[in-house]
Design a protein around this ligand. Structure first.
Ligand code: ZN
Length: 199
């Protein structure tokens, strides 16, 4: 790429690091930015910086947020006696889109993976248990992805939450095994949520 101007090569390389962006798309995006006005390019760059500067984790549910507690935790119209446990912040949006859930959330930030050396202490599990201490929570809905690793975390949570005398439910198997919550359609996910069952 010696014949390519360095700033172009650099942006192509950066775009190429993004998920789902191959070399061709990286080129296309770079040339799009090149054709954009200075103002548009600056706006894009500033949006990326602002995201990193202003977004933090909610101190209650660990969802990504620009205010703390996050808008969901702050919302008194929601049912705070139900906590839906998900693996990552991006799992919340599809659950919200189903329109079938009015409780609050807890984001684990990962899943148990012995192969990668990730154990329960690396996830926000102690923080979840702390939320269950005061007795106001009546149901924990485990909405981890239907795959082998997430199954491990679901079983683990079920075991440690049971002593709290709280209903532990999980999404019904309307979701195909190996699917990602993030990419499930509203209908399938909504049904899985409605048909959740006791562990
Ligand atoms: Zn929150």
């Amino acid at each position: 790429m010696r014949f390519v101007a360095e700033p172009i090569a650099r942006l192509v390389e950066e775009f190429g690091k993004l998920p789902g962006i191959g070399p061709k798309s990286a080129q296309r995006l770079t040339h799009h930015v090149l054709r954009s006005s200075d103002e548009e390019a600056r706006s894009l760059a500033e949006a990326i910086l602002a995201l990193k500067e202003k977004i933090k984790l909610c101190s209650i549910c660990f969802n990504t947020t620009d205010c703390d507690p996050c808008r969901i935790c702050q919302d008194m119209g929601r049912d705070h006696s139900r906590i839906c446990v998900v693996e990552k912040p991006s799992d919340i949006l599809p659950l919200e889109h189903t329109g079938k859930y009015n409780g609050v959330y807890h984001v684990l930030h990962g899943t148990i993976s012995p192969a990668q050396g990730i154990g329960p202490d690396d996830l926000k599990i102690n923080e979840l248990l702390a939320r269950l201490q005061n007795g106001s929570v009546t149901e924990v809905i485990i909405a981890t992805n239907p795959n082998v690793e997430s199954e491990t975390v679901a079983m683990y949570l079920q075991r440690i939450i049971k002593p709290f005398n709280i209903h532990v439910t999980r999404l019904a198997r309307g979701l195909p095994f190996g699917a990602e919550l993030e990419y499930a359609d509203d209908l399938t996910l909504g049904q899985a949520l409605e048909n959740r069952r006791e562990f």
